[in-house]
Design a protein around this ligand. Structure first.
Ligand code: SF4
Length: 188
């Protein structure tokens, strides 16, 4: 399967494009609201955009995106199902970076204050998506989405973690299968 790419976004969500509410706006190239279908059956929520995403304005297009796509493809094949309509976003819409002594940018986790300030944009996405289930990628997204949604939330290891620790691959696949199987049992 291929993750849905850029879709026409509702005007309500486009307000984030001009947002300067946290300091991440100073180093971003793009505000990455998300991509896919709205409304959708499944909302996937990651931690924050990385370098590739910041450059192109699309979430999960780098190595993590590839890992996610591979994991979903395997999980769907094992469950004999097609990928339901979905949208993918992050708990912060601008790339969190730290700058080293040579001036190079590196990805980092979003800070609680950044997540809190970006929460209104994530809630706007929830409201437009009206998902049946939410799949959070990594512990930061898991914690935040439990605070903001009544939907069934399934937490899965972040694909970036799987890239660093291959041993986490089975757990990653199991997590995706648990979420998709729950969707299949309830809604298909
Ligand atoms: S991360 Fe969110 S709150 Fe911060 S500037 Fe970007 S859109 Fe605004």
């Amino acid at each position: 399967m291929e993750l849905s790419r850029i879709a026409r976004l509702p005007n309500k969500l486009l307000t984030a494009l001009a947002c300067k509410d946290c300091t991440l706006h100073k180093t971003r190239r793009n505000v990455i609201i998300g991509s896919g279908s709205l409304p959708c059956e499944i909302l996937l929520v990651g931690e924050g955009p990385g370098a590739n995403e910041d450059l192109r304005g699309i979430p999960f297009i780098g190595p993590s995106g590839k890992m996610l796509e591979q994991g979903l493809t395997r999980a769907l094949r094992n469950l004999h199902m097609e990928m339901p309509s979905h949208f993918i976003t992050n708990v912060v819409m601008c790339r969190p970076v730290e700058i080293d002594e040579t001036g190079r940018f590196h990805n980092r986790e979003p800070e609680p204050m950044e997540i809190m300030l970006c929460r209104k944009h994530l809630i706007d996405v929830f409201n437009e998506a009206k998902p049946k289930i939410i799949i959070t990628l990594g512990s930061v997204a898991s914690k935040h989405c439990k605070l903001t949604s009544d939907n069934a939330v399934f937490n899965v290891v972040h694909p970036a973690f799987v890239l660093r620790k291959q041993a986490a691959q089975p757990r990653f696949l199991r997590g995706l299968m648990t979420a998709l199987e729950a969707y299949k049992e309830r809604y298909l």
